[in-house]
Design a protein around this ligand. Sequence first.
Ligand code: CDP
Ligand code: MG
Length: 159
Amino acid sequence: MLSRTFVMLKPDAVQRGLMGAILTRFEQTGLKIVGMKMVWVTQELSRKHYVEHVDKPFYKGLEKFITEGPVLALAVEGLHAVETVRKIVGGTEPKAAQPGTIRGDFAHHSYEYTNAQNIAVKNLIHASGNAGDAKRELELWFKPEELHTYHTVHETHVF
Ligand code: CDP
Ligand code: MG
């Protein structure tokens, strides 16, 4: 049940100064940050990371968005990490994302608007969709020595 997932704060989160507020959400939940680094995504990394989307119509806009400034890459550990993090992140379209989620609370972009403008949905954050993606994305973004094992108080008070 204890597992790790990959999270990325996208350029809009970094440029809007929301890194701290978003990291706080994960820390408050008792999730453990076991890796963190700022990366300016290249076209090549974008294509590898979004391999499932490269042939989709929205990919061009997505690549432009994700390469327009640095991102904050995170490895997050906890119980049911993939599902727990996706719940906190919320649905893909900020307009429809539930209040209380990161995308629902900090953004309100809509597909209607982004389709009309031919741009990507600026939804602040990426989180792996399933265990297989989490493993692949963690290996793509982090070297083994960049991931840390340490103890938090949550192991005493939450688990
Ligand atoms: O990020 P998530 O797993 O929720 O959604 P996705 O379907 O895997 O799409 C990846 C990312 O592509 C989204 O987070 C959006 O930033 C972007 N996207 C878009 O710009 N327009 C779409 N119609 C669908 C996705
Ligand atoms: Mg996805």
